[in-house]
Design a protein around this ligand. Structure first.
Ligand code: TYM
Length: 331
C-alpha cells in the first residue's frame, strides 16, 4: 500500500480552502493509501499565538478531521508535538538547508514584502521543519493545496541532497495538487487566496461558520459584469472561483455541466445554488463536529495515531543520526 502524509496548521479556524484543497482529499485517499494526517502545532507557533485560542483551535482541528470523515481506524491522526522526532529531524534538516533556499520561499518573502516586522526565526526555517514532517515517514505522495507545493519541492531537493551525501535515507515524495480547488480565492477579493488571515472576514468561509453567515458571504461574493457563468479564471476570477467551489463540493462536477445549467440565468440564481452546496456541506460537517467534540473520540484518535506514527518516525530519526555520524556506538 502506498503511503501519504499531510498536515494542517490551525493558526485559526479551518476554512473552506483547507477543506477543498486538502482535507477532503485526505478523506478520499484514506481507503486507498496508508494515510498520515497530523496537526502542525509546531508550525502554529512560528507566528504569535494566544495560548487559550491555540488550544481551542487544535482541538477543533482534530474534531474537524473526524467530522469531515477521517477515520482513525484507517488514517493515523496525530499532533506533531506528540511525535518528538519531528522537532529533532527538523533541526537536522535546518542544518542541511541553504539560506538562499529559505530566502526564495514565497510565504516568507510575502511577509517580508508586506513590511511585517519581528518575524521569528521559526517562521524563516519553517520549510525545513516541514521537510522533516514529510521525510520521517517516507510517503509516496503529499496532498496539498497550490500554496504548499513549493515547500514540498524543497523537501524533494533536501531528500536528494541528503541521499547523495549519506547514502539513501529518504524516499523522494511527490506533491499531489488537485486540478480543481487547489487554490480557492477570497470571496471578497478573488485576486487573493482564501486565508485565515482575512481581516474583513467577508472573503473566508470557516467550516464552523453559522450557516446564515456563510450563505451571506456567498451571496455577496465579488463577481463581474460579464453576465454569464463561464469558467475563465483570468477574465472572470470571481465567478470561476465560485464554480471551483461548486464543482469541488459536488463530486468534481465538470465545469461545462455547471455552465450549461446556468446558461441564460442570472448571477443571483447561480450564487443561490453555490450557497446551497456550501451550506449543505457545512451542515453535515457541523452536525458530526458537535457529536465528536465532547465524545472520547478525539483523545482516542490522537493517542493511537501518535503511537503508530512514533514507531516509524523514531526509527527514521535513529537511521539519520547514525548515517550522519551523530551517535556514539557503545562498545
Ligand atoms: P495550511 O495550514 O496553511 O493549509 C492546510 C492545507 O490547506 C491548503 N490550503 C488551501 N487550498 C486551497 N485553497 C486555499 N485557499 C487554501 N488555503 C490553504 C494548503 O495548501 C494545505 O494543503 N505548511 C502547511 C502545514 C504543514 C504540512 C506539513 C503540510 C506542515 N507540515 C507537511 C504537508 C506536509 C500549512 O501551513 O498548511
Amino acid at each position: 500500500m502506498k503511503r501519504m502524509l499531510s498536515g494542517i496548521k490551525p493558526t485559526g479556524q479551518l476554512h473552506l480552502g483547507n477543506y477543498i484543497g486538502a482535507l477532503r482529499h485526505f478523506v478520499e485517499y484514506q481507503d486507498e493509501y496508508e494515510m498520515f494526517a497530523f496537526i502542525a502545532n509546531l508550525h502554529c507557533i512560528t507566528v504569535p499565538q494566544d495560548p487559550k485560542e491555540l488550544q481551542k483551535n487544535l482541538r477543533d482541528c482534530v474534531a474537524l478531521y473526524l467530522a469531515c470523515g477521517l477515520d482513525p481506524a484507517k488514517a493515523n491522526i496525530f499532533l506533531q508535538t506528540d511525535v518528538r522526532a519531528h522537532a529533532q529531524l527538523g533541526y537536522i534538516m535546518c542544518c542541511h538547508t541553504y539560506m538562499g533556499e529559505l530566502n526564495r520561499m514565497t510565504q516568507f518573502k510575502d511577509k517580508m514584502a508586506k513590511g511585517e516586522t519581528n518575524l521569528s526565526g521559526g517562521l524563516y526555517t519553517y520549510p525545513s521543519l516541514m521537510a522533516a514532517d514529510i521525510l520521517l515517514y517516507d510517503p509516496d505522495y503529499v496532498p496539498v493545496g497550490e500554496d504548499q507545493k513549493q515547500h514540498v519541492e524543497l523537501t524533494r531537493d533536501l531528500a536528494i541532497r541528503m541521499n547523495n551525501r549519506y547514502g539513501t535515507l529518504f524516499k523522494v515524495p511527490e506533491p499531489l495538487v488537485a486540478k480543481v480547488g487547489a487554490r480557492i480565492m477570497s470571496l471578497s477579493d478573488p485576486s487573493r487566496k482564501m486565508s485565515k488571515s482575512d481581516e474583513t472576514n467577508k472573503g473566508c468561509i470557516y467550516l464552523l461558520d453559522d450557516l446564515k453567515a456563510a450563505r451571506k458571504k456567498v451571496m455577496s461574493a465579488v463577481t463581474d459584469n460579464c453576465a454569464r457563468v463561464h469558467f475563465d479564471p483570468v477574465s472572470q476570477p470571481g465567478i470561476s472561483n465560485l464554480m471551483q467551489i461548486m464543482s469541488s463540493l459536488s463530486d468534481d462536477r465538470p465545469m461545462g455541466d455547471i455552465e450549461a445549467e446556468f446558461e441564460g440565468k442570472g448571477y443571483g440564481d447561480f450564487k443561490r445554488s453555490v450557497a446551497d452546496c456550501v451550506c449543505g456541506t457545512l451542515e453535515k460537517i457541523q452536525t458530526r463536529y458537535q457529536e465528536v467534540l465532547d465524545s472520547g473520540e478525539i483523545d482516542a484518535a490522537l493517542e493511537s495515531g501518535a503511537a503508530r506514527a512514533s514507531v516509524i518516525a523514531d526509527e527514521k530519526l535513529a537511521a539519520v543520526q547514525k548515517a550522519i555520524g551523530m551517535e556514539i556506538i557503545l562498545k
